[in-house]
Design a protein around this ligand. Structure first.
Ligand code: GLP
Length: 242
């Protein structure tokens, strides 16, 4: 069973999430961090920036590997996950740019970029702490529900529901990329510890299915039940059914 923490307030959610990441960096400054985008981690990253500015945490020796990236958006596009990470975290802390890794969705050959990322992760070794969010359809990273899931980094075609959910960040749904590169389920499950961040009432049902329902490729987040060290950090609304 995952360790479920229900935060009483947004502030507490961010404090607890950032605290888990900061404690890891304090005990292991060379930690390998698996990072996620989406709205759920934004406040946690904001709190981490504050902890860095207060001198409580340093990323100087850490390495980061992001979960996923859209295919076809230029790296500096405002909605690329590379831009997101730069703006929400990397530009404000002492992590070295060369130690931050995001799949190269802008590559002319995304399949090759995905294979390269798998190799990069293999060479890096096990991620110490993998941050995750969950999609409304139960996806983790961009591993969409289906009859089968892939183990390693690969190119995916996004579900229409995912494109719709993410359209709020673009001026129209047509602009949301149709494909992405994502770390696969095996890579995610290899992490030593996983921190799943879930916010908002619309996630209550999917997180309950993922944590308490059957383990199935139709709900990719349910595979997290097979991992021995998962923390689910939920706000009151998202955690109401678990
Ligand atoms: C996107 C990302 C996922 C993320 C999900 C949930 O689809 N690819 O990695 O977990 O959104 O995002 P949010 O936290 O905004 O609900």
């Amino acid at each position: 069973m995952p360790n479920i923490i229900k935060a009483q307030s947004e502030e507490q959610f961010n404090d607890i999430g950032a605290g888990i990441i900061a404690s890891l960096l304090q005990s292991n400054p060379k930690a390998l961090l698996g990072l996620a985008t989406g709205s759920s981690p934004v406040g946690v990253y904001g709190r981490l920036v504050e902890l860095y500015k207060e001198g409580s945490v340093s990323f100087a020796q850490a390495q980061s590997y992001n979960l996923d990236e859209y295919v076809g958006l230029p790296v500096d596009h405002p909605e690329s996950y590379r831009t997101f990470m730069n703006e929400k975290l990397f530009n404000h802390v002492d992590i070295l740019a060369e130690n931050t890794h995001v799949p190269l969705g802008a590559s002319p050959d995304p399949a090759q970029a995905a294979a390269g990322y798998t190799e990069l992760l293999r060479q890096a070794g096990r991620i110490d702490l993998q941050i995750l969010g969950v999609g409304l359809n139960g996806h983790i990273g961009f591993n969409e529900p289906g009859d089968e899931l892939q183990g390693f980094t690969h190119v995916v075609t996004l579900d229409e529901s995912t494109r719709k959910a993410n359209a709020r960040f673009f001026s129209s749904i047509e602009e949301v990329p149709k494909q992405a590169i994502t770390m696969g389920i095996a890579s995610i499950l290899q992490a030593k510890q996983i921190l799943l961040l879930v916010r908002g009432g619309e996630k209550a049902e999917i997180i309950a299915r993922a944590m308490q329902g059957p383990v199935t490729t139709k709900v990719p987040a349910s595979l997290l039940q097979t991992h021995p060290n998962v923390i689910v950090l939920a706000d009151q609304e998202a955690g109401r059914l678990i």
